[in-house]
Design a protein around this ligand. Structure first.
Ligand SMILES: [Zn+2]
Ligand SMILES: [Zn+2]
Length: 152
């Protein structure tokens, strides 16, 4: 086969419906992947930021720049999910309350109780006695009141 024969064959292939079909399906897959990137970015940004604007903004960036936008987003996105941040803040707040109010957990039900509570407000378990003389809260196993020296 000579050179012209080859060129003719290539031309035949390029103009054949199979080639067209391949190109179209390739473009179709590309568009699907592209849209999937945009959707993924939108969702991921939404989980990481409270502002709706930022997730729409990042979705647009990926829509316009595609791979490049995705890479930029992956570099610049907030490192934590917003749920994790909220959960950690709640935990810190809880610890702070424990420290500030000298609270502890009820040995029976685990509810938060202050150190001077006589009974647990949640399960009614007896936590402390009150001194028979001065009324201050005493540990259940104390024999004498440390505030007024009265033997219990
Ligand atoms: Zn309790
Ligand atoms: Zn006392």
């Amino acid at each position: 086969m000579d050179l012209f024969g080859y060129i003719e064959k290539i031309q035949d292939f390029i103009t054949s419906p199979i080639w067209k079909y391949l190109i179209y399906s390739f473009i179709f897959v590309l568009i699907i992947v592209w849209l999937a990137f945009v959707y993924w970015t939108y969702r991921d940004a939404k989980l990481r930021s409270e502002s709706a604007v930022s997730s729409v903004f990042w979705a647009l960036v990926v829509l316009v720049l595609n791979f490049l936008g995705l890479i930029i987003y992956l570099i610049l996105r907030p490192p934590e999910f917003i749920d994790d941040v909220v959960e950690r803040d709640l935990e810190i707040e809880r610890m702070q309350i424990l420290l500030d109010n000298k609270q502890s957990n009820c040995p029976a039900c685990g509810g938060l109780v202050k150190d001077d509570f006589l009974i647990c407000p949640y399960c009614r378990k007896k936590l402390r006695n009150s001194c028979i003389n001065c009324g201050k809260p005493l540990s259940l196993n104390w024999k004498v009141c440390p505030y007024c020296r009265t033997t219990q």
